[in-house]
Design a protein around this ligand. Sequence first.
Ligand SMILES: [Zn+2]
Length: 317
Amino acid sequence: MMKINLLRIVPFFMVFITLFLNTINASAIKEIKAELVSGGHLIGQLQVSAALRFNGKMIPTDETGYFQLGFSRELAGLHEIEVITPDQPISYYPIWIDVREFNVQRVNGVDQAKVTPPKSLQARIEREYFLVKAAKEKQTSIAAWREESFVWPIFGRITGVYGSQRFYNGIPGSPHWGVDMAARQGTPIYAPASGLVTLAENDLYFSGGTVILDHGNGLTSSFLHLSKLNVEPGLYLKQGEILGFVGSTGRSTGPHLDWRMNLGDTRIDAQLWVPNMDSLCVFSTKACPTPKNISQQEELQWLHNRKAFLARSLSGS
Ligand SMILES: [Zn+2]
């Protein structure tokens, strides 16, 4: 009994203390875009000249004070951004990260060699792991991460989501990190935001045809299972340019796109960067009402996505 009571009381007490500490510097941070859930992100702007720390890591800010945080699948509850100003005590900016429930997804009919790879392939798998890791670690000064309103790379039926616990042929695998969308083989995939191609590989063991785009400040998008690539490393893609085509290469049971996002080495939920797919009426030919109760910023992004959907439908993709 005692334990339950304590668990209930402690969070309130912590919020109280944090709010008290924070009164010193409550306006230090302006929130530009906040998805305060596990797998979410926060784009903010510093209103003072200071350094930031979150979860023990220093957070880079750009020349205009913008910064970005990514919340892992496991991160939830009360956390603080530490605002470090020279010659002043550290002030704390509290954020509450909502817990999410992740479902279990069973995927059967997967090539068994892609579930339990033979020993002979270990070296290849390891080499590819480091190739992908290095591509995500490249640092560029591209500002797409804070300047652009992201657009779905393809529009389609969502068949897999971020964070779900996966079983492949009954064997537990790592959580699923991307959003899966079923689509016809060969459907063009468009850059959701501008970025530099840091990886373009035709045949990675698990992810098949793979492209990684760097949107700046450590934010990357990965596109998996492509049938054909349309880019090479080093190419700068503008938002809406075609990076490749949907396929079923690597560990896949049918044509689909798996779109993943990372902030540094934190895997975040790509779906939180774009409007709700259902709200865009992608399977209907009727007029599509603008969703109610959304912010002006969200409405602009919704219109931007709806326009892209209509343009792509007209071009037959
Ligand atoms: Zn997937």
